[in-house]
Design a protein around this ligand. Structure first.
Ligand code: TYD
Ligand code: MG
Length: 461
């Protein structure tokens, strides 16, 4: 039997067990034991008293500031989300569900970097070199210049990085790496964390920028990459529906830039193409029909118009269905409760479906009013359209008291909607008196603005 040199450490109480058990013998918590590699033995290390020399704290003013240089991948949306490009020696975690295009975007980025004379290495633990080549062929000739290493062994990968000294390395994916010191399967929390720790160490030591690709399931439940978020400099999340063509890339954490930036891509036959004007794409298809409204949302510093659709149907189930795509389910429950209580729109016996068109995900509270108007429109069977039949736009957060609340960048949202000729723009009154805007203090008033005087009070009963 192979000798196992690792131990299992409880993440909750620190109890060290020699074998994995479901329940920690120390504190009784379940599923907290994680396999951990032994710390490298230090010669003559005795754990008694502080033996290390004391450090010397200095005032921040005296710390020499370093100019952060960037390696531009020439994929504009990718660079923007990163804060201007890849920072040398930094660690980026790129998460996303399988099939979303993580290998594609990293392959494209490396192709561009290699073309610009930056030494790159693509480590594939998932696919064979020939499979990687097949993808590269679709991406074009420069992608074929990138060097590839099809390998799972963490030791081999580290040794290769050490000897080749590339400037940028992509590890695709972190869940496939295997450290022989640990008995756990690749992808287990222990393996993933150990691999990331060792890679992070190499990245800083050798000044190699690394992009770690990690699979995260839709609900983010997979423990693997989540445990790495504190370890890396930048966490990027690739979102979108696999079957749809639109993909959004957003920074969840970024030590070298803003976290609010979002890049929009479209999957085409030749790889991912940037969508530099997403509003045009999304609004083009908005028809102003019943159950549809345009949300003037902010994706980072950029206003984006997206269509929010709702369908309301009498339910055959005891507990009616609430199905969402692109918004949070709890957020819908809240909006429905506010609609029932303060908007006179009762949906207790109806199935409600809400969809954000194009596979876009709305992560800001400013989407509440759009959901409310789309649902109210669907329930009443009346379109939320302006005088010219074009869809109206809206934004705003809903308070539990039925008020429409302030959200940031009202001026830019309204300007974006006006640019595409959407009027009026229904939103919170605190945005100031912007031209083209119809301020509404409450959800009731907003519905009145959209659907006219008749409130349909009977529905409230
Ligand atoms: P991939 O990057 O392999 O996804 P991930 O690494 O996140 O699992 O690619 C995802 C999908 O994209 C795959 O089903 C094929 C498709 N695709 C295209 O449509 N066009 C292309 O040019 C490429 C390379 C892939
Ligand atoms: Mg892949």
């Amino acid at each position: 039997m192979a000798k196992i040199r690792s131990s299992h450490v409880c993440q909750s109480c620190g109890h060290v067990a020699m074998a994995w058990t479901g329940k920690c013998p120390g504190c009784g918590e379940w599923n907290t034991l994680v396999e951990t590699a032994p710390a490298p033995a230090r010669s003559g290390a005795k754990r008694s008293g502080p033996k290390a020399a004391a450090g010397r704290p200095v005032a921040l003013r005296e710390v020499t500031s370093v100019e952060v240089s960037r390696l531009a991948t020439r994929i504009g949306e990718f660079d923007r989300v990163l804060g201007g490009g890849i920072v040398p020696g930094s660690l980026v975690l790129l998460g996303g569900s399988p099939g979303i295009g993580k290998s594609t975007i990293t392959g494209m980025a490396l192709a561009n970097l290699q073309q610009d004379g930056v030494d790159c290495l693509y480590v594939s633990g998932e696919e064979s070199a020939s499979q990687v080549r097949l993808r590269a062929e679709r991406l074009g000739a420069p992608a074929l210049e990138v060097r590839v290493l099809a390998e799972n062994s963490l030791e081999t990968i580290l040794a290769t990085i050490e000897s080749e000294k590339p400037a940028v390395v992509v590890i695709d994916s972190i869940q496939t790496l295997h450290n022989a010191d640990l008995s756990g399967a690749p992808g287990s929390v222990g393996q993933v964390r150990e691999a990331a720790n060792r890679l992070a160490d190499a990245a800083k030591r050798l000044d190699v920028a690394m992009v770690l690709v990690g699979h995260v399931t839709k609900d983010g439940s997979l423990a693997g990459p989540r445990v790495l978020e504190h370890l890396v400099d930048c966490v990027l999340q690739f979102d979108g529906e696999k079957e749809r063509t639109y993909r959004t890339l957003r920074a969840i954490k970024n030590r070298f830039g803003a976290t609010s930036e979002v890049g929009v891509f479209e999957m085409r036959s030749g790889g991912l193409t940037e969508v530099t004007d997403p509003s045009a794409r999304f609004v083009e298809e908005a028809t102003g029909s019943t159950g549809s409204v345009v949300l003037a949302s902010m994706e980072g510093t950029r206003p984006v118009l997206v269509e929010v659709q709702a369908l309301v149907n009498p339910s055959e189930l005891e507990i009616p269905r609430r199905v969402v795509n692109g918004i949070d389910r709890n957020r819908l429950s809240m909006v429905l409760a506010v609609l029932a209580r303060h908007g006179g729109v009762g949906l207790g016996t109806s199935d409600v479906f809400v969809n954000v068109v194009g596979g876009v995900r709305i992560d800001e509270p400013g989407g509440d009013l759009a959901v409310a108007i789309a649902v109210a429109s669907a329930q009443r069977g009346r379109p939320a359209a302006g005088r010219d039949g074009r869809p109206i736009a809206c934004f705003g957060e809903l308070g539990l008291t039925g008020d429409v609340r302030f959200v940031g960048h009202a001026d830019r949202r309204v300007a974006e909607a006006s640019k595409f000729g959407l009027a009026p723009v229904v939103g919170p009154p605190s945005g100031g008196n912007l031209p083209g805007m119809a301020p509404s203090a409450t959800v009731r008033q907003a519905l009145k603005t959209v659907f006219g005087g008749r409130q349909g009070r009977a529905e409230a009963a």
